[in-house]
Design a protein around this ligand. Structure first.
Ligand code: FES
Ligand code: FES
Length: 183
């Protein structure tokens, strides 16, 4: 059993400790916003925040994540009002959307460190691959998100999601939620 905090909630994964965090999140916790692209650390589609750092979840085992605080795209902002989410939509920096959760997690970690990142800092902090080629709009979106974070600009929020991640996770037996387990 491997314990950690996922999106502010204590969880225990009843899985092989060598399981990549990506699969624990997707298959056990039903947090499918974290995407599987390459599985070998190249694409960034699987990025989550671990203790505030953007990391590729395909490269971390749940044993390595034990006791740490994990944030996925589902936990970044339940109502999609994070400045990066608002700016990505406003700048239309999304095409098929497959790379988007990983990019948002990397960008939001960057803005936690600096709300006014340079172009070089954006490139260094967001190495994610996008097969649709949203890169020019992406840079504009991150700069705009920084202005929102600095309260120099406001963007209307996107509509709230209609799915409860907690309800979905409760249906998955490989995920133990303390206080709600049957054993
Ligand atoms: S799936 Fe993890 S970096 Fe591509
Ligand atoms: S928007 Fe399609 S892969 Fe990035």
């Amino acid at each position: 059993m491997t314990s950690m905090t996922v999106n502010g909630r204590p969880v225990r994964f009843l899985m092989d400790p060598e399981t990549p965090l990506l699969w624990a999140l997707r298959d056990a916790a039903n947090l499918t916003g974290t995407k599987y692209g390459c599985g070998v650390g190249d694409c960034g589609a699987c990025m989550v925040q671990v203790d505030g750092e953007a990391l590729r979840s395909c490269l971390i085992t749940i044993a390595e994540a034990e006791g740490r605080f994990i944030t996925t795209i589902e936990g970044l902002s339940r109502d999609r009002t994070h400045p990066v989410q608002q700016a990505m939509v406003a700048e239309q920096a999304i095409q098929c959307g497959f790379c988007t959760p990983g990019i948002v997690m990397a960008a939001s970690a960057l803005l936690e460190k600096t709300a006014s990142p340079s172009e070089a800092e954006i490139k260094a902090a967001i190495p994610n691959l996008c097969r649709c080629g949203v890169y020019p709009r992406l840079a504009r979106a991150i700069e705009r998100a920084g202005r929102v974070a600095r309260r120099q600009e406001r963007i209307s929020a996107a509509p709230v999601p209609g799915i409860s991640a907690a309800d979905a996770a409760r249906e998955v037996p490989a995920l133990g939620i303390p206080g709600e387990e049957s054993d």
